[in-house]
Design a protein around this ligand. Structure first.
Ligand code: NI
Length: 259
């Protein structure tokens, strides 16, 4: 099988994969997966992503602190991230961003400060960022406009208008399982209108499995269904979508996918 599936966002350190992680990861290349970028979301997650990247040739790592985990950071966390980020298979700072969905998250000012500090680190190291934006479109855009980092807004949930602005800033739009959901009106509009040169495919595994696996544990091979749906929306083949997204991801993360 041709390996066209580039998963630009997964969490293979997640405990959902504990029972069969190695078996699953060994099987993904033969299911068409060429590359996975496994995200760090806290210290343990970063270490997990680095470990996987060191053991699997097709897995790369991103290191960063997710907004959910910013409340009690050690004061030297940026130097720890920098040390990790200099390892050869680290291709991005992520996942970082803002999450205003839950009331008990860290205060917005704290989230913004940690987000911006990590953007500055990424810019200094010339790495792209992987952005998490949940119910925080206004502040996310304000920060991206001001700092103009390279990167991707993952699991993009904004409007077509916001998508256009993200693209005009030179950033990419990450689309995953949500486009296949029955009630996905805005995501479908975005999938239709996004320039093919700005699209990345992703899972957010173990979360957000596409239809017909919705609600089950997600893995990178399921991106085939995401590409199928995006292709259907745009009048293109799934392979065209996968190929374009792979090419875009190679450009953004500055790597060459395995064939
Ligand atoms: Ni994620």
């Amino acid at each position: 099988m041709k390996r066209l599936i580039f998963d630009s966002h997964a969490h293979y350190d997640d405990e959902a994969f504990a029972p069969d992680r190695e078996e699953l990861l060994q099987s993904l290349p033969e299911k068409g997966v060429c590359t996975v970028v496994s995200m760090g979301a806290d210290y343990e997650g970063c270490k997990g992503a680095l470990d996987l990247a060191s053991r699997y040739s097709y897995i790369y790592a991103a290191v960063g602190i997710h907004p959910e985990n910013v409340a009690e950071l050690p004061s030297d966390y940026l130097s720890q991230l920098e040390e990790w980020a200099k390892q050869p298979k680290v291709v991005a700072i992520g996942e970082i961003g803002l999450d205003y969905h839950y009331k008990d998250m860290a205060p917005r000012e704290v989230q913004k400060k940690v987000f911006e500090d990590q953007i500055l680190l990424a810019k200094r190291l010339n790495l792209p960022i992987v952005v998490h934006d949940r119910d925080a479109h206004g502040d996310t855009m304000e920060i991206l406009r001001r700092h103009r980092p390279k990167g991707v807004v993952h699991c993009f949930s904004g409007s077509v208008e916001m998508m256009r602005e993200v693209v005009s800033l030179g950033m990419y739009i990450g689309l995953g399982g949500v486009v296949t959901f029955q009630n996905a009106r805005v995501a479908v509009e975005v999938a239709k209108e996004v320039p093919l040169t700005s699209l990345l495919t992703e899972t957010d595994a173990p979360y957000l499995a596409p239809v017909p696996f919705r609600g089950k544990r997600c893995d990178s091979s399921m991106i085939r269904y995401v590409a199928q749906r995006i292709g259907e929306i745009r009048g293109q083949s799934a392979d065209e979508i996968l190929l374009a997204a792979r090419h875009n991801a190679e450009t953004l993360f500055d790597i060459i996918a395995e064939e």
